[in-house]
Design a protein around this ligand. Structure first.
Ligand code: URA
Length: 479
């Protein structure tokens, strides 16, 4: 008779090596006594098989190793013996694992299920508490009471999930520790890490708030969160009261008048604008395009802006000016270029003898984007995705107006029209090809003059010169 001890830590590899040697020496299951750390060792004198020499055995299916890696973690004392029996039988019955009604196979499958469920619960119910230590990495500890020896099976899950902190999970069946990026396993240390940390009250408040009394199904809840885990879950102390008051809370919810969704939510949920193409006849005019644009929800900017600020000007304009986005004044007025930057722009038009009524003014982005500082709404730059989404409207405008030249005011307009972003320092004053197939003249945005008081005079002259150069496009003289 051979007595084979499998220690708790590293059980899978040790059992596997021992089993390979026993199999190579053709030792049948009934001649082996398997025991573990929990078995009183004086009952058995250890006569383990020699595992130093290398042996060759027939390959076992991958499926068996998957089963074995879980079964060795099961709490039953005969787990190693049962596994070896199956391995022994696999030599002559290679399809054995595909026979679920076989008693050995089905009992091992049951064990796999138990262990998997225990792992699942450990992943869900470990609650870390922070250690108040001065260290580069934050340190956390948790106490969990699994049914099976699953500390090694779950180690990599926690290491991946909580890679940016050091932690230790103590259990009565072993300890996993993750420090400075290294995962290790140790015998039980008896430390329960129960001292509450500063987030515990917050966590309980959160739990109480997400507990929905109208959805309470006690049986389902207890099957998901079995009572045996409650004692180590800080939030579980709230459950009896939450359950006892659920009925009352549902009743008072019923009695309360329905609340309206916030304006923001209502707008986000508003049906998005249908996007028919100009070609299908839906947008035969700027009027019908602008009507649709007023309901635009293509990006989140519509949630906070007062309204869509559509383009304005002559339907037969030969020059189209494209700014960045409406500002505070434009957002309120619903018209482009009516605020301080608009005043500079109009002065530039006047000096260049360009009649505003003869041109078309619009923006790359049609809603005002801002952050708030007290009561002030401060301009914020639209991001790539907002520009990209709004470009759809700009393209429709270009298709309907059919200008001969587009003047892009500032880098946002240049990005929307050419697809190339970045600084326009070296591009201003020149013409480029837009992605809509038309030439564009690159100019600074008039607000650059307002933002740079020290260089205002220089920038202003530059801007006036850029707008005046529109005149040099011979075909588009307004007269
Ligand atoms: N800036 C712009 O780009 N467009 C406006 O309409 C106003 C300011």
């Amino acid at each position: 008779m051979i007595s084979q001890r499998i220690p708790r830590l590293g059980a899978f590899n040790i059992w596997r090596t021992a089993a390979r040697h026993l199999l190579a020496h053709e030792i049948p299951p009934e001649q082996i006594m398997w025991f573990d750390d929990d078995t009183q060792s004086e009952l058995f004198s250890e006569t383990s098989v020699e595992t130093a020499e290398s042996v060759t055995v027939a390959k076992v299916p991958r499926q068996f190793l998957d089963v074995a890696s879980k079964v060795v973690a099961h709490k039953s004392h005969d787990r190693f013996a049962r596994l070896y029996k199956l391995l022994w039988r696999l030599r002559t019955e290679p399809d054995l694992l595909n026979n679920p009604v076989d008693a050995d196979v089905s009992s091992l499958c049951g064990m796999v299920k138990n262990v998997s469920r225990d792992c699942h619960k450990m992943k869900a119910f470990v609650r870390f508490r922070e250690f108040p230590v001065e260290a580069d990495r934050r340190c956390f500890g948790a106490w969990f009471e699994p049914e099976h020896f699953i500390v090694e099976l779950t180690g990599s899950f926690f290491a991946n999930r909580f890679a940016d902190m050091d932690w230790i999970i103590s259990t009565p069946k072993g300890v996993s520790r993750f420090a400075d990026g290294f995962l290790s396993f140790h015998p039980p240390d008896g430390n329960r890490h129960l001292a509450a940390d500063h987030t515990e009250d917050l966590w309980r408040t959160y739990y109480a708030n997400i507990f929905n009394p109208a959805r309470l199904k006690i049986k389902a809840m207890q099957s998901e969160m079995p009572k045996k885990y409650w004692k180590n879950l800080p939030e579980a102390a709230l459950i009896p009261d939450l359950v006892a008051n659920a009925e009352k809370r549902v009743q008072s919810m019923r009695e309360q008048a329905a609340t309206q969704p916030s304006l923001e939510l209502a707008r986000i949920k508003a049906p998005t604008v249908k996007r028919p193409d100009v070609g299908d006849g839906a947008f035969m005019s700027i009027e019908s395009l602008n009507k649709a644009a007023r309901n635009c929800t293509r990006c989140a900017l519509h949630c906070h802006a007062t309204q869509t600020v559509c383009g304005e000007g002559s339907r037969g304009a030969k020059v189209m000016f494209v700014g960045e986005q409406p500002g505070d004044h434009e957002d309120i007025a619903g018209k482009p270029f009516v605020g301080p930057a608009g005043q500079i722009f109009h002065e530039a038009l006047r000096l260049a003898h360009i009649d505003r009524k003869e041109v078309y003014l619009t923006n790359a982005v049609k809603h005002f984007k801002f952050t708030t500082r007290g009561k002030r709404r401060i301009h914020a730059r639209p991001n790539q995705s907002e520009i990209q989404l709004c470009k759809w409207w700009l393209q429709r405008e270009v298709e309907l107006i059919k200008p001969e030249l587009i003047v892009a005011l500032g880098s946002t307009a240049v990005l929307a029209l050419t697809g190339e972003g970045g600084s326009i320092k070296t591009r201003r004053g020149r013409t480029e090809q837009s992605s809509f197939g038309l030439p564009i003249l690159v100019a600074n945005h008039p607000s650059a003059i307002l933002r740079n008081p020290e260089k205002a005079d220089e920038l202003r002259q530059m801007f006036y010169a850029d707008i005046a150069s529109v005149d040099s496009f011979s075909t588009i003289h307004s007269g």
